[in-house]
Design a protein around this ligand. Structure first.
Ligand SMILES: Nc1nc2c(c(=O)[nH]1)N[C@H]1C(S)=C(S)[C@@H](COP(=O)(O)OP(=O)(O)OC[C@H]3O[C@@H](n4cnc5c(=O)[nH]c(N)nc54)[C@H](O)[C@@H]3O)O[C@H]1N2
Ligand SMILES: Nc1nc2c(c(=O)[nH]1)N[C@H]1C(S)=C(S)[C@@H](COP(=O)(O)OP(=O)(O)OC[C@H]3O[C@@H](n4cnc5c(=O)[nH]c(N)nc54)[C@H](O)[C@@H]3O)O[C@H]1N2
Ligand SMILES: [Mo]
Length: 653
């Protein structure tokens, strides 16, 4: 038996360090690496079952496919690459390179993907995307306050007296962070969860607050108001005046915003009663120190930045910034460690960008030149971007669509050529993480299955055919060594980096403990402008939340989801009674964007102001929630406000 170290590259904060066992040229088991602080020797259930459900699954595509008269037909690599290269040449000749859209999803986010961008710059520059369907809103807000998004090392939460998990469900979405948070609880930390949904995480909390969705800025303001008033009345040092005086600007403007609202107003807006607000405010302010771990749930609103800025302010007034066990931690930048000058943006003179959150509309309305050719890697935008039917229309409007993936999916229905890719068990790469500050090696555990090729090799072979092979040539190692240059400067050897995960050092280790902020003022900047808007759409009284599913990642769903069925939605029984609906009924769920027939699950634990479902169900099996979500862009951060979707539900007629 042979063992090889590799790293999970799937879209999850974990980036788990894996020990793969190989027997008779077959991978027989994946185990978590015990020598990694965060992976800590175990894997999530999706990775434990990765071999049978994903890697060796019969649905995995192992040969190139071409769509002929609406059906996929197996072709060989020479044909596939010739077709892709000649389509690229043709479209550049007739419409220019900007008529190519390169769309990169979040399926895997490795260092070598920089070479994809290099390829498109060598073509002269193409159309790509800006903004995100994931976490840009919080990132932008935190940059406004702190000058940059910096999180505490996950292990530092063990030094917290109080931990608020705010809009995050790590028991499902990041089980390794969850292990650390539960350990903190066992060691005596108070664990608080703020979530409109009673999640698996919430069920383990010492205190669970279940506010109205989309109004957490008011909740954070209420807590600040209580803390500031108590400090003034009782002089009990709940407020860190020294921190405010020396390390922040704009406190008077922020204080003025708080003064505009009574506690009663704020309590009504977030729908948390004043006694619960007071309890939460005191626990947080008295914690020494207290940390806030935010998630993506609070991003997905048009004004999600307001929530982040008010949360940051809460940490600032209580002096929980720059101290071990404190802070506001949202995540890490998985790409910050590498040298991306290799993408050679300077060569791509014809670059142009379209907004990812509105990609369907943008493709359809773009002219001069229009989008004629689309190249997709590691994404399923027809399924996961908002307003799915518009995205589908956009992708179908192109003359030719190429995709690199492991599986056929909703987006491949609109594609013409499918190129099958290697996975993290068959390729060589490096990967950062958006949940911790380790860089880890991806190593080939066994040879590629069937005829699959790495994305890197596919772009090299295309470059050969297009006449710039030299600029892309060389082994993965050669390019990884260049990409990793900033890491190697930290005196980590390349061989070490390829053989085991390495924790990246940071200066200072505790974010902002040196009192330096990369803002214009050099200090923490409190929010000054507060102009809340209402996204409510008349005649659609309920919000629709569509969160992560415990049994799968992204849109790679298990077999039983792949049959014609219905999207399951959870609704409070009172809302059902009003409509004469019952548990198990089919009903019509409508937004101003679209409609879908759903199956109802009655649940007393959901609030009455939203309907709950999950992301990732497939469009072609009637389970795609994004037929209802509007393709709008957040006010700050070019993010996607999935949860500003307003719906109504009615019996089928
Ligand atoms: N099993 C599994 N794990 C995954 C993924 C997956 O598909 N499956 N996807 C990965 C990806 S891409 C990401 S970005 C992460 C996301 O990780 P998380 O942030 O943990 O997950 P989400 O489901 O986006 O949202 C977290 C919580 O926010 C809550 N929420 C919604 N609106 C509000 C609000 O207004 N206020 C508050 N306080 N809470 C609110 C939701 O109810 C939800 O429980 O997970 C990753 N991990
Ligand atoms: N309604 C609603 N929609 C959402 C969300 C929500 O909360 N609600 N969450 C959003 C979030 S946070 C995200 S990140 C996006 C995700 O959106 P996407 O990134 O578009 O979708 P995924 O299904 O996560 O992954 C895309 C594809 O990558 C493929 N893949 C995996 N590994 C590799 C690889 O190594 N190489 C290649 N070439 N392909 C690979 C998978 O097979 C899959 O088909 O969805 C967003 N959509
Ligand atoms: Mo995400």
């Amino acid at each position: 038996m042979k063992t090889v170290f590799t790293t999970c590259t799937r879209d999850c904060p974990g980036a788990c360090s894996i020990i793969a066992q190989v027997e008779d040229e077959k991978v027989v088991k994946l185990r978590g690496n015990p020598k990694h602080d965060v992976t800590a020797g175990f894997l999530c259930k999706n990775t434990v079952h990765y071999l049978e459900n994903y890697f060796y699954n019969d649905r995995r595509i192992l040969h190139p496919l071409l769509k002929v008269d609406g059906d996929w037909k197996r072709i060989n690599w020479d044909e596939a690459l010739d077709i892709a290269a000649s389509q690229i040449s043709k479209v550049i000749k007739t419409h220019g390179s900007q008529s190519i859209l390169y769309y990169q999803g979040f399926g895997a986010r490795t260092a070598l993907q920089a070479m994809n961008k290099r390829f498109f710059n060598l073509l002269g520059g193409v159309t790509t995307t800006y903004g995100t369907v994931c976490g840009g809103i919080g990132h932008a807000a935190m940059t406004m306050d702190f000058g940059e998004k910096k999180s505490h090392d996950p292990m530092d939460h063990l030094n917290s007296d109080v931990i608020i998990i705010w809009g995050r469900n790590p028991a499902v979405t990041d089980v390794h962070l969850w292990r650390i948070l539960r350990k903190a609880k066992r060691n005596g930390s108070t664990l608080i969860v703020i979530d409109p949904v009673k999640t698996k995480t919430a069920k383990h909390a010492d205190l669970f607050i279940q506010p109205a969705p989309g109004n957490d800025h008011y909740l954070a303001m209420a807590l600040a108001k209580i803390i500031i008033e108590k400090d003034l009345e009782e002089r009990n040092n709940l407020v860190d005046h020294d921190f405010i005086d020396n390390y922040t600007v704009n406190f008077p403007s922020y204080h003025h915003i708080l003064d505009e609202y009574s506690l009663q107003d704020l309590s009504c807006k977030c729908d948390v009663a004043p006694p619960a607000l007071e309890e939460l405010a005191l626990i947080y302010a008295e914690g020494n120190p207290s940390s806030i771990v935010t998630g993506w749930g609070v991003h997905r609103y048009v004004q999600g930045h307001l929530t982040f800025r008010m949360i940051d302010a809460l940490a600032a007034i209580t002096g929980n910034i720059g101290v071990s066990g404190g802070g506001v931690s949202q995540g890490f930048e998985e790409y910050e460690y590498f040298d991306f000058s290799l993408e050679m943006n300077e060569l791509g003179k014809n670059q142009r960008q379209l907004p990812m959150p509105k990609i369907g509309e943008a493709i359809l309305s773009t002219d001069n030149p229009p989008i004629k050719f689309i190249f997709i890697t590691s994404g399923n935008p027809v399924n996961l971007n908002p307003n799915s039917l518009k995205v589908k229309e956009g992708f179908e409007s192109a003359d030719f669509v190429v995709m690199i993936d492991h599986f056929l999916n909703d987006t491949s229905d609109s594609a013409d050529l499918f190129l099958p890719a290697t996975t993290y068990l068959e390729e060589e790469d490096l990967i950062g993480s958006y949940g911790h500050n380790w860089v880890s090696p991806v190593n080939p555990v066994i040879p590629p299955q069937g005829e699959v090729k790495s994305e890197f090799e596919i772009f090299q072979l295309l470059a050969d055919r297009l006449g710039f092979g030299e600029e892309m040539s060389g082994s993965p190692k050669k390019w990884l060594m260049k990409l990793a240059d900033p890491i190697l400067n930290q005196s980590i050897g390349f061989e070490d980096l390829c053989s085991a995960p390495q924790k990246m050092s940071r200066d200072p280790e505790i974010p902002f403990s040196d009192g330096k902020f990369k803002t214009k003022s050099g200090k923490f900047e409190f929010i000054e402008d507060f102009s809340p808007n209402n996204t409510y759409v008349e005649n659609y009284p309920l919000r629709l939340l569509s969160t992560m599913h415990k049994d799968f990642v992204g849109s790679v769903v298990p077999e039983d989801e792949l049959v014609d069925g219905f999207l399951e939605v959870q609704i409070h029984p009172d809302n059902l009674q009003d409509k004469g609906l019952n548990d198990g009924d089919k009903a019509l769920l409508e937004s101003h964007v679209g409609n879908i027939i759903v199956k109802i699950k009655s649940n007393e634990e959901v609030r009455k102001d939203y309907i709950l479902t999950y992301k990732g169900g497939w469009l072609k099996y009637n389970r795609c929630v994004n037929v209802l979500t509007p393709d709008i862009v957040s006010e700050v951060g070019d993010g996607t406000p999935y949860y500003d979707t307003w719906v109504r539900i009615n019996p089928l007629v």
